[in-house]
Design a protein around this ligand. Sequence first.
Ligand code: GBH
Length: 471
Amino acid sequence: MTADLPDLPADFLFGTATASYQIEGAVKEDGRGPSIWDTYCRIPGRVARGETGDVACDHYHRYREDVALLRELGVDAYRFSVAWPRVVPGGDGPVNPEGLAFYDRLVDALLEAGIEPVVTLYHWDLPQALEDRGGWRVRPTAEHFAAYTRATADRLGDRVRRWITLNEPFCSSFVGHAVGRHAPGTREGTPALATAHHLLLAHGLAVRELRASAQAHGRPVEVGITLNLDRLVPASDSPADHAAVDRAETLHNRVWLDPLFNARYPVNEAETWGRLADGSYRVEGDLETISQPLDFLGVNFYRPVMLRDAPHQEADPALRTATDIGVEEVRFAEARHTTMDWPVVPSSFTDLLVDLHRRYPGLPPIYITENGSAEDDRVEADGRVHDSDRIDYIRDHLDAVAAAIRAGVDVRGHFVWSLMDNFEWAYGYERRFGLIRVDYDTLERVPKDSYHWFRDLIARHKARHGVTTVP
Ligand code: GBH
C-alpha cells in the first residue's frame, strides 16, 4: 500500500526540528549566560502569560529520552540549535567548556541512534552581554558570531557535517527591532536596517569559519542558511495590489536572497531599501563575504500571505523605512486556519518553491528546514492526541514538495516543526506544534497520532524504495 505515500525521491531526507531556547530550559546551568530572550520574557506584557524558557521542555536534562523518541520515529536527521550563551556566555571572550560538552553529548547520542545531527548556530538567543553593547545594530557582533561559530565547529565538526548559520534573519532583524514582537523588542527604523546587514555579514563570516574548521578536521562540510520565505499573493489583479506584493517581496524575501545569491541588495523601493543598498553600513568586500557559495538553502514554510495596498500605518518616518511598506493582510476566506490563525494552502508551497527556482537559477539544493502546524490538541479519554489536522497538514505539504520536485526544483529533505511542543516565543506555551505532546506540569512526553503516522510514513517510504536502515 503506497498509494498515499508522497512521491518523493528514494534518498529524500526526513527530519524534525527544534531550537535551543524553545526546548532546553536549564537557563542558569553549567555556566550559561543570559540571552536576549531571558530578558525579553521578563518585560511585562511581551510574552503571553509572562511565560519564559526557564524550564521549557527541560530537554537539557531529558535529551536522552528525546533522542530515544527520535530513534523510534525513524527520522534520518534532527535539526537543533546551539545556544550561543552556553558556548560563549559573555558573547565574546572565553569559551565555556561545559556548554560545549552538552552539545557534544547530544551529538554522540544522536549518532549512536543513527540520526544525523543538523546544527543551527543562531536561532535567536543572542547573549545579553552583546545586546548591552549594541547587539545586531553594531558590526562587532558579526565578528563575535564568527568566533563562537569557530569554537563550536572545532568541537563538533569531527562529527557534524551539516551546518545552518542563521535561522530566519528576518525575525532577528525586523521582528526584533521594528515590529518589536521578538527580543530585543525595540521599535526602530534605520537601526533595524543595520541589523539586517550585520546578520548577513555574520552569516558570511561564519561560512568562512565553518569551511576552515572542516578543512582542519579533514572532513567534508555542508553549509547553509535558513530563511522564512513568504509566499505572497495579491488580493486582486489591480496594479496597486501587485505593487504592494512587490514591496513585501523585497522586504521579506529579496533583501535576503539577493545579497546571498546575487551579491547585491534590492533597490526597487528606494525609500525603504536605499540605505541598505547605498552602503551606509557596508564596508568594502562585505557583499563578497555575504555571497559566498552555499551548499544548500534552508526554507521554513508555514503559510501564504495575501496582501493589498494600504496606507502606511506608522506616523514615524523612521519606522516606515523598516517594515511599514503600506500593505495590509487579507484573509484567505476559503482556507482552514490553524491555531496560529495561519491559512492552510499547500499549493502555495509548491508555488513558492517553483518561483524561487525560476527567479534564482544559481540556487543550491533546498532543504525544508521547518514546516508544520499548531493545532488545538487535546488529550482524549484514551490518553492520546488525535491530531488528524496536523497529519493532513504535513501530508499535504509533503505532496506539495513532491510536486515542486517534479517541476524541477531540487529539494532534498524536509524537517517537521517540531519534534515536540515547546516555547512558541511571544505566544508562550499555548501554541503546540509538536509531533509529541509535552505536559508542562509533569514534563511527560506523549507521542501524538501524527508521530505514529509520520513513523509509518518514513518506514513505508524506505520499504517502497528498498532503503535499509540500521536498527
Ligand atoms: C518559525 O518562525 C521559527 O523558526 C520557529 O522558532 C517557530 O517556533 C516556528 O516558526 C513556529 O512559529 O510579528 O507580525 O512580524 C515562523 C515564521 C515569521 C512567524 C515572522 C512569526 C512574525 C510576524 N515567523 N512572524 S510579525
